[in-house]
Design a protein around this ligand. Structure first.
Ligand SMILES: [Zn+2]
Length: 537
């Protein structure tokens, strides 16, 4: 059980980062600098970087109705130092602090904040520095080993005036009030800046590079860092609260209680795999990579009670949390992890069969010859074809018995032949809903009818090395002189089943079992063979 940091019941005797105790102004209140204790695993959610999409931010405009507690993070715990009454603040990388409030973006050159400043004095306590800063209209810079007072922030060294000019620090942060005035800068390289809403909820519009903005409220606290001049945020939140956030957005309230209980256990288990350990957090907020994490959005009492009812329960294999994988539906046979991604066999991620799920999630795509060639040409992950794509052929399927495709070949009219491998690569390369499908060709052909006459009819079949081969029932199709029927059928149809990667837990399959009276425990042990439920706390 090496993973479980929660077992370290930490009691911190921390040196006070901000010593002193008197109230220095109406706007800043010092609070004791002690780590909040918890016996719960603290999940670190990367709010900006993940391996599939880049959503780092220029800056974070952050709200909390009753103001903020400012402090630092020791990685798991929040250490509060003082509070500020501002309900809106901006946090941005100091190197880019040439901030344009009208666009809410850091801009090169002109701006109204500035990353350069003039050194005024150094102090050993925040109280002294803050008092001095207030007196001279400057601001406090929290630096390693103390506090500096600065003034005359500007966008270039020449603009700050004469004296000791302080250049922006690569890993420094600038914190502004709603009007774009500097509240403080954080340049203490030994600590990680952190904050949380005083009322427990921190809200911000995430401004992605794409320009998309999502505003959600979050529990827990936020730890900030810099990566390539952009802002990174890690939301540190208790495992139970995290699970409630995931439930709200991943499964909703329309599934049965047993399916949702089973799902809550998986949602709680997933971050324990620490997929993003190398990135400095446990999980990201991206659905394709980890789980959909949108804070308090859609949160409801009904699912929170489900999470409370499975509190501390996780799914384990030989004592360790399993690698959690779930999907919508698979048509009755789940895909093995080997078929989906290759690699070594995972004992609890082999195919399981549940005929009852049935053909509940069918999908179909149909193309003319020309449309097919155009579609394949548009798929950037399909490489090695130079001409118009002609055919797509299923060569191999999941060695564990499901219908997920492990080898798919494609040809073009210039004689190229390529193979795509692993059902998840095939799914994403082709842009299909699942990697579980058949390929069917059809064309209009002369057919002999019962009364001996001949008429043109649409005939479906396969494309083989010998040309188009009609499916049975079309034995009376006219063949060409060399025994082949038609070399290039005019329509290609992909008929698929299921949605998602097909590995592990299937929501529709679970629902079938739940409706048949099976418990969440049975459901999880069904989808993840050889695993069991364990209690964390
Ligand atoms: Zn992720």
């Amino acid at each position: 059980m090496i993973l479980f940091r929660f077992k370290r019941f930490v009691s911190f005797l921390l040196a006070l980062l901000f010593s002193g105790g008197m109230l220095i102004s109406d706007s800043v209140t010092l609070i004791p600098a002690e780590a909040e204790e918890t016996n719960e695993y603290i999940v670190r959610v990367g709010m900006y970087v993940d391996t599939t999409t880049d959503c780092r931010m220029f800056s974070s405009k952050t709200y909390s109705a009753d103001g903020f507690v400012i402090g630092y993070s020791d990685g798991e715990h929040f250490v509060g130092s003082f509070t500020i009454p501002n309900d809106t603040i901006y946090i941005l990388p100091q190197v880019n602090a040439n901030f344009d409030a009208s666009t809410e973006k850091c801009v090169e050159g002109e701006g109204n904040v500035g990353s350069y400043s003039l050194f005024v004095s150094k102090h050993s306590t925040f109280t002294q520095a803050s008092f001095k800063a207030k007196t001279i209209g400057g601001f406090v810079a929290i630096v390693s080993g103390g506090f500096e007072v600065r003034k005359n922030a500007a966008c270039s060294a020449s603009e700050v005036g004469s004296g000791r000019v302080v250049s922006p620090k690569e890993n420094g942060l600038t914190i502004l009030d709603a009007n774009g005035n500097i509240l403080l800068t954080f340049e203490n390289t030994a600590k990680k800046f952190a904050l949380k809403g005083k009322n427990g909820v921190t809200e911000f519009p995430m401004i992605h590079r794409s320009g998309n903005i999502n505003t959600f409220g979050y529990w827990g606290f936020f730890e900030y860092g810099i990566s390539d001049g952009l802002l990174s945020m890690v939301n540190c939140i208790g495992l139970e609260d995290y699970t409630k956030c995931i439930m709200a957005n991943e499964i909703g309230v329309n599934f049965s209680v047993e399916t949702r209980k089973a799902f809550s256990i998986l949602a709680r288990t997933q971050p324990l795999g620490r997929k993003h350990k190398k990135d400095g957090f446990d999980v990201c907020c991206n659905s394709a990579c980890c789980q959909v994490y949108q804070g308090l959005k859609r949160m409801g009492e009904e699912n929170n009670e489900i999470v409370d009812s499975t509190r501390g329960m996780i799914c384990t294999f030989e004592g360790s949390p399993i690698t959690v994988l779930y999907h919508g539906s698979n048509g009755g046979a789940s895909c093995s992890s080997v078929a989906a991604w290759g690699g070594d066999e995972v004992p609890y991620l082999k195919s399981v069969f549940l005929d009852e799920e049935g053909e509940s999630d069918l999908w179909e795509l149909s193309f003319t010859k020309e449309e097919f060639a155009e579609y394949i040409a548009s798929r950037s992950k399909i490489t090695g074809l130079s001409g118009d794509a002609l055919s797509m052929t299923v060569l191999e399927k999941d060695p564990y018995g499901s219908d997920y495709i492990t080898v798919l070949s494609l040809t073009d009219d210039e004689g190229n032949y390529i193979e795509l491998r692993n059902s998840e690569f095939i799914r994403s390369a082709c842009g299909f809903k699942s990697g579980n499908f058949t390929v069917e060709y059809s064309t209009d052909m002369p057919v002999v009818t019962a009364d001996g006459s001949v008429k043109t009819q649409r005939v479906t079949g396969m494309l083989t090395a010998d040309g188009f081969k009609p499916f049975s029932g079309f034995d009376d199709v006219y063949a060409t002189a060399d025994g082949k029927t038609v070399v290039a059928p005019d329509r290609i149809t992909i008929k698929g089943i299921g949605s998602g990667h097909g590995v592990g837990f299937a929501a529709l399959g679970s629902e079938k079992l739940a409706n048949d009276g099976y418990s969440h425990k049975y459901i999880l042990e069904f989808f993840f063979e050889g695993t069991k439920l364990s209690r964390l706390y």
